[in-house]
Ligand binder design. Structure first.
Ligand code: C2O
Ligand code: CU
Length: 462
């Protein structure tokens, strides 16, 4: 009998399909050799100097101090992490954008129990896709994420082209007063509009940080919008090409003009540094009226004279293509609501309902006793016909499966593969996907106040 090594275990799961369908989770980790030592992710309440001029109390993070660590995984290789809950309320971890088994998805009650104070939970999975992803709790999220618990994940692909430097950036705001202490995380009247914005804007928990990279070199810049509210309009001051959005290579790279990304979304750029030493490349947010510099990269040394055009294309992720001829259409209408269901909410209820999906103001992260929005058949193709009847943009996120943007009333769209689509007011968009992952998968707006006041639902794949 053959000895089950990591290598042939991976082969075995490849034969059974990306998710090891029919093999089950136990089958994928039925061998101690295959599951690596878990990385410990301990939630903690800390103090941190975020504004630059004083200590903020009650900051929440993973780890002992500072921002949550950037987690590095390898495409197609097992990863394991142990959540140890050191804060005084229940939590879980959701791995945003990773197409992993449902039991690992981190949604309380829907996919796993609460992890109470002092408790632990072992997450173990094999990321099928390479790219930039992120992790965050799925419990009392406005506070837990708002106070710091948002971290970036990089899934490496050994076949990626070679850059001279890589910079990973966690973009987020903080809602604090002049004394550097947290203030109320939301105002109901803003939740009923575009959401409540932070007061201090940071990149990697610093205001306008500066990094170094070789002059004339190529930087792989990974930007993750982990904020609970803010939509960015990224603009480069310098030479940059978009190579991936939301963890998936774009069909054809293009120069960064202005690109809007909502909460939950990620942008990967190939940056060509200026040739002269001391010159800067910068990323700005030109969303509102006052443009804001988010970070700067300074050119150091003599020019490497590299060229973005010489970079090989990124390898596409193994996301299935839909069969348009048999695809079933699922209408998904986003609207405001006046109906009050707020009392049913748990897991960080805000006590209001302002929003609805298909006219239902959903009670919160936990759908029970509400039935799923739709029951999908494993392996079948679906097209979500999503329509935004509200005057606000919504970054709608689907757990567990990636979709392809098929068409939009806003104009021609490249067939982006993604897990989060920022739908504009009055837009209608078609998102196609193959229901290839069994389980209950949340579908919600990633403006957390919207999610928590009606704009959360789920689909069931059986
Ligand atoms: Cu970023 Cu429900 O997730
Ligand atoms: Cu929304």
């Amino acid at each position: 009998m053959a000895i089950l090594t990591r290598r042939n275990l991976l082969k075995a799961s490849a034969v059974a399909g990306v998710y090891g369908v029919g093999l089950g989770l136990a089958g994928r980790f039925n061998n101690a050799e295959a599951a690596p030592e878990p990385q410990i992710l301990k939630t903690n309440k800390i103090q941190a100097n975020i504004s630059g001029d004083g200590i903020t109390k009650d900051v929440l993070t993973y780890g002992k101090d500072g921002a949550p660590p950037v987690l590095r995984m390898k495409k197609g290789e097992p990863f394991a992490a142990r959540l140890v809950n050191g804060i005084d309320e229940p939590t879980t971890i959701h791995w945003h954008g990773l197409r992993i088994p449902n039991t690992m998805d981190g949604v309380p009650f829907l996919t796993q129990p609460y992890i109470y104070t002092g408790g632990t939970f072992d997450y173990a999975f094999t990321p099928p896709d390479a790219g930039t992803f992120w992790y965050h709790p799925h419990c009392n999220t406005l506070i837990q994420m708002g106070h710091g618990m948002t971290g970036v994940i990089v899934v490496d692909n050994p076949k990626d082209p070679e850059f001279d430097t890589e910079i990973v950036v966690n973009l987020r705001d903080w809602r604090m007063g002049g004394d550097n202490q947290f203030i109320a995380q939301f105002k109901p009247r803003d939740s009923a509009k575009s959401g409540t914005y932070g007061t201090v804007r940071t990149a990697n928990w610093q205001i306008e940080p500066q990094y170094d990279a070789p002059s004339g070199g190529l930087v792989r810049l990974r930007l993750a919008n982990t904020d609970v509210t803010r939509i960015f309009s990224f603009k480069a001051d310098g030479d940059a090409a978009v190579i991936a959005i939301d963890g998936n290579p774009v069909p054809k790279r293009f120069p960064l003009d202005v690109l809007q990304l909502g909460p939950g979304q990620r942008l990967e750029l190939a940056v060509r540094m200026p040739d002269s030493e001391g010159a800067f490349f910068a990323i700005n947010d030109v969303h509102g009226t006052v443009p804001k510099t988010l970070l700067k990269i300074r050119a150091v040394g003599t020019s490497l004279k590299r060229n973005i055009g010489d970079l090989a294309a990124l390898e596409p992720n193994p996301v299935k293509v839909i069969d348009a001829s048999t695809a079933e259409h699922l209408p998904l209408i986003l609207s405001a609501t006046a109906e009050d269901t707020a009392d049913n909410s748990i897991c960080g209820s805000l006590g209001y309902s302002f929003w609805a999906i298909n006219k239902v103001p959903w009670p919160g992260d936990t759908p029970d006793p509400t039935a799923p929005l739709a029951e999908l058949k494993l392996g079948k193709s679906y097209v979500i016909d999503m329509e935004n009847l509200t005057p606000h943009s919504h970054p709608i996120h689907l757990h567990g499966m990636s979709f392809t943007v098929l068409s939009s009333t806003v104009g021609p769209v490249p067939p982006f593969v993604s897990d989060t689509y920022l739908i504009q007011p009055n837009e209608k968009v078609q998102l196609g996907f193959v229901a290839d992952n069994i389980g209950d998968w949340l579908l919600h707006c990633h403006i957390i106040e919207h999610q928590k006041t009606g704009m959360t639902s789920y689909v069931r794949v059986v």
